[in-house]
Design a protein around this ligand. Sequence first.
Ligand code: SF4
Length: 473
Amino acid sequence: MMEKPKEQCAVVGIHSSSPSRTSSHIYYALRALQHRGQESAGIAIQARKIKCIKDLGLVGEVFHESNLKKLRGKIGIGHNYYSIKLSKPENAQPHVIETASGRMALGHNGIITNSGALKRRMDRKGHEYNLGSEEETIAFMLSDEMAYGLSFAEAMKQVVPELKGSYAMTFLHDGKVYGLRDPHAIKPLCIGKFDGGHIIASENVAIDVLDGELIRDVRPGELVELTNDGFKSHQLVEGKRKAHCFFEYLYFARGDAVLDGKWVYQIRRRIGALLHELYPVKADVVTPVPDSGRTYALGFSEASGIPLAEGLMKNRYIARTFIMPDQRSRTVSVREKVNPVVPVVKGKRVVLVDDSIVRGTTMRRIITVMRHVGATEVHVRIGCPPIIAPCYLGIDMTTRDQFVANQKTVEDICKDLGADSLGYNTIEGVVETIGQRRNELCLGCITGRYPVRIPKEMHRFQKKLLDFHFKED
Ligand code: SF4
């Protein structure tokens, strides 16, 4: 049962002057990016050879002092994974792949939407797959190009136009570390420096944790190569149009991240204020659904003058929700994760604020519990417009029938949730508060229009969507 959409991965690449510290730098960077993937973690380091340690679990569960010590070398990449398929140790990344042009390690955040066709091409050329993964396909394509004598960057220039979809990747090959961002820059990727080296990472929080400094975001269609004294830029293709995932700003990225020059915290706070402008309400208290609704609730409270208070408390130690065998135990599991603070909500008209609603199941239960402990009214305000379409670009929202907003009107959803009123942000509101032009954002899951073509083979994940008509924006 999915309660919130899940980001697939985090990537990190580091060039450090100290071979003994590279793996620990990557470890801390991955911990800072743990919110982007909690199923597995991995680090690959290159000294003479590429060595990789990876496993299922959180970064702090997979790595400890003794195995980090085994990973010595000046360059390395790291990866946190959340799988939209089955959790299997072999799906953990970085993938280390043997090719005719040498050993390569890859970490990937995103989805190659034409991977089936590309794999068939590589199969015909006789490449032998271990996992059948997209990352192996990319490695084989690069290897084929390098076999003609091209450098890694030149080979990548040939490969990038063939790859459709979203990708922020890091690579280790032949003693060098690289970061690549797709021509639409759908997934975030930035470059920073720290005392003794340079870093490429999904979010600047991985740079901050090393007391480093953000230099800039990787440009659409740019390959960055970290060097001894900085980095080299290879602009492989001119980006056609930017299409940053709007959901990064609203939910996936950490609240202290800055994405493509925009502070996530400020955007969420402005959305909270906008929700008050769009849907004012007489109430006694504004309360966030923790933790995702916090900054929105702050913005709503500041704009409305209604006091902000923590009406729900989250148990921080329940990391994953299990599917319970019966309805009663499922209800218990919601109160196990978030529980009302009775003095805050009893006898009060409450504005309950969150970032998004997918199924509506959790929100319905929270409202029921709030009423049970004495809230007289519950008004729901949501920072994201109604989610109506799947994400084909690397977020765990894969079937259309899971979205409550796809089947019902806002009025019906409000009734279904048991709320006194419900107000969603608008698409215009999202675009305006993010401060990018509409055609510089991917809004696929709230419009049904995607920045890249989604070939039919993607239906392998979306069997219930065969009647869905893809449109290109
Ligand atoms: S479809 Fe939605 S979640 Fe997926 S990349 Fe686009 S905006 Fe992000």
